[in-house]
Design a protein around this ligand. Structure first.
Ligand code: SF4
Length: 348
């Protein structure tokens, strides 16, 4: 069976052509999928009946089911847990901001990167998400927004998984959601978060995609970073920043650095000074993220006053920095937590 959400518009056209249909049918089907957001082939009423039958026999649309949905009473954040027929689940989160609706998408089931502060990696990487499965995550939010005539305005590939460890599917997903015949989400409203896989950053730079790159830095020294993020042993800070400089030179896009503040680990003022020194001369923005408590790791949150002191120190040293607003705290909308909780719950 062919998964319709798994194809770019051009691929859909080529596939229909291979079935003996005119190429323009590809655009029609694509528009039904993403502009009208139909749930079945039967609803594609401008297609000949024979083609609809053929599609119904040979293709599938949605493959995911909604396992749970939680809505934050604090800020309206919605967290979906979606499940697929092979038994895997991932979470996707819809965040309501003043400036629009943003969706966080998972690119892998679990993750093999082993970051010490992250719940998603506790069970390792289970499997890759296909582009179509990422599209389905986005559509879960868009369908909810359809009820109030709103749209998803930005997308972050920042859920469970490392997008650059699933590069081709992540890029296909981006191509599908930015297509003007479909959801038409501008590339500058798409952010890809990476743990810092240098070859991926270089490839992205060479491909010239003007998406925002968010690099998880989390520590200002190799010693500390390697303890928090095993990937640092393969791509230490100097190599990573070299790749970031290259990305900036090629795309002209400022890099966003993520820095999770972990109580007593990387949140001293000395760390802020080291960080400022590292980033000197690289046009960038630092996002400070007070880390969520991870019971399995016994990580503590940085006290609010210390978060502010860290922020002020960075700013004093000329670094553009903000503290990320926490969304959906009451529903634990941080990366991977719902999946971990769900998996840990015994079957009824
Ligand atoms: S923070 Fe991201 S890259 Fe690191 S283990 Fe978690 S999901 Fe993987």
């Amino acid at each position: 069976m062919q998964h319709l959400y798994d194809m770019r518009s051009s691929e859909l056209a080529a596939w229909l052509e291979s079935l003996g249909e005119p190429r323009y049918r590809g655009k029609q089907v694509f528009q039904w999928l993403y502009q009208r957001r139909v749930r079945s082939v039967a609803e594609m009423t401008n297609l000949p009946k024979a083609l609809r039958q053929r599609l119904a026999d040979q293709a599938v649309l949605a493959t995911a089911r909604e396992v749970t949905r939680q809505v934050s009473q604090v800020d309206g954040t919605v967290k979906f847990l979606l499940g697929w027929p092979d038994g895997v689940t991932v979470e996707t989160v819809l965040m309501r901001h003043d400036y629009g609706n943003s969706v966080c998408v998972s690119t892998q089931v679990g993750c093999k990167m082993g970051c010490a502060f992250c719940a998603s990696t506790l069970g390792g990487m289970i499997r890759q998400m296909t582009a179509g499965e990422m599209v389905e995550q986005l559509l879960a939010s868009q369908r909810l927004l359809d009820a109030t005539d709103e749209r998803v305005s930005s997308v972050v590939l920042m859920g469970s998984g490392e997008p650059m460890d699933n590069y081709d599917q992540a890029m296909k997903f981006i191509d599908i959601i930015r297509d003007p015949d479909g959801l038409n989400i501008g590339q500058r409203h798409i952010t890809l978060s990476t743990v810092g896989l240098v070859p991926g950053i270089v490839r992205l730079a060479d491909e010239g995609r003007p998406i925002t790159l968010a690099v998880s830095l989390h520590a200002p020294t190799d010693e500390l970073r390697s303890a928090l993020m095993p990937v640092n042993k393969a791509y230490p800070i100097a190599k990573l920043l070299e790749a970031c400089q290259y990305y900036y030179r090629k795309t002209g896009k400022r890099i966003s650095f993520e820095y999770a503040l972990i109580g007593g680990k990387n949140d001293a003022l000395e760390h802020a000074r080291q960080l400022a020194e590292l980033l000197r001369g690289l046009p960038c923005h630092v996002n400070l993220i007070p880390v969520n408590y991870v019971p399995e790791r016994n990580f503590q949150r940085t006290p609010k006053a210390q978060v502010q002191a860290f922020l002020q120190e960075l700013r004093r040293l000329g670094v553009n920095a903000t503290v990320r607003r926490e969304m959906g705290h009451d529903i634990a909308a941080a990366c991977g937590q719902l999946r971990a909780e769900h998996a840990a719950r015994p079957a009824p």
